[in-house]
Design a protein around this ligand. Structure first.
Ligand SMILES: CN(C(=O)[C@H](Cc1cnc[nH]1)NC(=O)OCc1ccccc1)[C@@H](Cc1ccccc1)C(=O)N[C@@H](Cc1ccc(O)cc1)C(=O)NO
Ligand SMILES: [Zn+2]
Length: 334
């Protein structure tokens, strides 16, 4: 059994093009004229979080973001704040718990938590919890375990977790557990690696990982690795770089990342990077985007790849150094 150091050093030969990825991210946020920019306006705040967190995890947020750029981003985030206390994905759109989390994550990354009106955010998130412990995503009522994760993560980052019924939230997540050890969006929903991350992450925040059958779920997660080394989201699906995060972060929370071939996964991620114009795509030879660039870098960080200087926390998807600033103990330190 090779040690992580051996595995990780063997992958060092395909280095991570850190500077190319940094300029790709900065340029992506600048190109306001592309169609993609228009199509993704409703999740702009998530896009900013992916870009800023990728730069922070590569250790060059300070180098690439001067004070003016930082101020420009923080005032854009402020422009997405709604009367309800929620944040919207883009200026003028409706508030939603997904983007409320992205906003809080961006403020945390810039060490600007004092700009948040905590009471109004807490009030909004509290109002989303239903009697059965589940959370709606917004006032229109869609229920999904993703929203439980966003709610608990947001409240924990604001140090206000006690304001909701955490036990009921975790009991509801347990109702979404399937016979294969995985989790779905709602009770009876099929297991999907993204939902597994949100459910395991929420149970970790709620300190109820005892609901998880670690060996059964660890096996289901390890089964996501296909022969080219990448990870897929469900059985029989194609591998995709972003599942390097959804699957690996759940395995990391369970302390089972060695259940997959980390060297093979790292090589798959590095094959998906465009070393000249920068960026990482979902699979080799596809068009890179900021979302896959972030989740590829986050996956490499979880594996301790030498080119990714900042360790990222598998529960909050923020660098450990950011959690320490907030007085939250990173998962790896437990
Ligand atoms: C909304 N969304 C997705 O559905 C992506 C689409 C995708 C990327 N690669 C393969 N498919 N899928 C995704 O995030 O799946 C992971 C996931 C699924 C369910 C729950 C939690 C995570 C992506 C955006 C995207 C759309 C299309 C192409 C690339 C990125 C997205 O915003 N994901 C969110 C999580 C999420 C996931 C699903 C949602 O319906 C809404 C939000 C995120 O990562 N926030 O930090
Ligand atoms: Zn993907």
């Amino acid at each position: 059994m090779s040690s992580l150091a051996d595995e990780v050093t063997t992958i060092a030969f395909e280095s991570l093009a850190v500077d190319a990825h940094a300029s790709f991210i900065v340029n992506a946020s600048a190109s306001e004229d592309t169609l993609e920019h228009a199509f993704t306006e409703h999740l702009r705040l998530s896009g900013i979080y992916w870009g800023v967190c990728a730069l922070a995890t590569m250790g060059n947020l300070r180098k690439t973001m001067d004070a003016d750029k930082r101020e420009e981003i923080l005032s854009y985030v402020a422009s997405c704040r709604c009367e309800s206390g929620a944040y919207s994905g883009g200026a003028g759109h409706d508030g939603h718990v997904l983007y409320t989390l992205s906003a809080v994550q961006i403020y945390a990354l810039f060490d600007a938590m004092d700009r948040i009106d905590r009471d109004s955010v807490v009030n909004y998130v509290k109002g989303l919890q239903l009697a059965d412990g589940s959370f709606q995503g917004d006032e229109w009522g869609e229920v999904d375990t993703r929203f439980t994760y966003c709610a608990l993560s947001t409240l924990r980052l604001l140090d206000r977790l006690h304001e909701v019924d955490v036990e009921a939230a975790c009991a509801y997540i347990n109702k979404c557990k399937n016979f294969d050890g995985g989790f779905g969006a709602t009770p009876g929903g099929e297991s999907h690696a993204g939902q597994v991350f949100t459910c395991v992450g929420a149970l970790a925040i709620g300190n109820r990982l005892d609901y998880v059958d670690g060996d059964l779920l660890g096996w289901w997660l390890a089964e996501r690795q296909v022969k080219v080394g990448g990870l897929n989201g469900r059985p029989e699906k194609l591998p995709d770089v972003c599942y390097s995060w959804w699957v690996l972060s759940a395995l990391s929370i369970l302390g089972k990342t060695h259940w997959i071939d980390r060297g093979a996964l790292a090589r798959f991620i590095l094959r998906c990077q465009d070393e000249t114009s920068g960026g990482i795509s979902d699979r080799p030879d596809d068009e890179p985007d900021v979302y896959h660039t972030f989740f590829g870098i986050a996956g490499l960080s979880l594996m301790g790849h030498p080119a990714v200087v900042e360790p990222i926390d598998p529960v909050f998807a923020l660098p450990n150094s950011v959690l320490k600033q907030l007085g939250i103990e990173p998962w790896s330190a437990r």
